[in-house]
Design a protein around this ligand. Structure first.
Ligand code: HEC
Length: 180
């Protein structure tokens, strides 16, 4: 290979390198990477409210009698779908994970025959009135510590009233609901 030819090859290699370099510089200017103000991906999601904010979002509940006066039995029946994994509602219905709930309103705590209640429920004593049901259904495990009812509760006061209106209807002669 003559020196001349070698020069030509080296020249070509150098030229290519220079060309690539300048292309890089130009491209760098053209397509300057956009650096976001905040590092990381921005994903638009609603921020989960903190526990405090969530509490603040729940309106202070009106007394259960006031809510029952405007309760909607049909909505209560629909909301009670949350309970059917564990409860039956019809008269003489079987106990499942939880006891049958027919006649629970105005019934004693641990009202169902043949259901094996937790010690906590048996010891609770007293009867289920609207107010105690409202409290229990807000947060079962806080209200009766040691209960075996593994249910988070119904946070919306109106929905609880609807469900209680439905439970109230599960009786041979349902007690009339409070009037406004
Ligand atoms: C994951 C299963 C489960 C779900 C869901 C559930 N419960 Fe219960 N419930 C139970 C169990 C178990 C008990 C018995 C608690 C005990 O013995 O401590 C119970 C007990 C009760 C009692 C007391 C009954 C009595 O005889 O004293 C009421 C009232 C009640 N549940 C209402 C409801 C309602 C209304 C819903 C739906 C909004 C619901 N539960 C959802 C499992 C459940």
């Amino acid at each position: 290979m003559s020196g001349f030819e070698l020069n030509k090859i080296l020249g070509a290699v150098l030229g290519t390198l220079l060309f690539t370099l300048s292309l890089n510089i130009v491209a760098g200017g053209l397509f300057a990477p956009h650096t976001p103000e905040k590092p990381g991906y921005e994903i638009a999601v609603e921020e989960a409210p903190s526990a405090g904010a969530a509490q603040a979002a729940i309106p202070p509940a009106e007394p259960i009698d006031v809510r029952l006066a405007k309760a909607d039995l049909k909505k209560g029946e629909a909301a009670a779908k949350k309970c059917v994994a564990c409860h039956t509602f019809e008269k003489g219905g079987p106990n499942k994970v939880g006891p049958n709930l027919y006649g629970v309103v105005e019934g004693p705590r641990a009202h169902a025959q043949g259901f094996s209640y937790s010690g906590a429920m048996k010891d609770a004593g007293g009867k289920w009135d609207y107010e105690s049901l409202d409290k229990f259904l807000t947060n079962p495990r806080e209200t009766i510590k040691g209960t075996s009812m593994a249910f988070v509760g119904i946070k919306r006061p109106d929905e609880r009233a609807d469900v209680i209106a439905f439970l109230n209807s599960l009786a041979d002669s349902p007690k009339p609901l409070p009037k406004q």
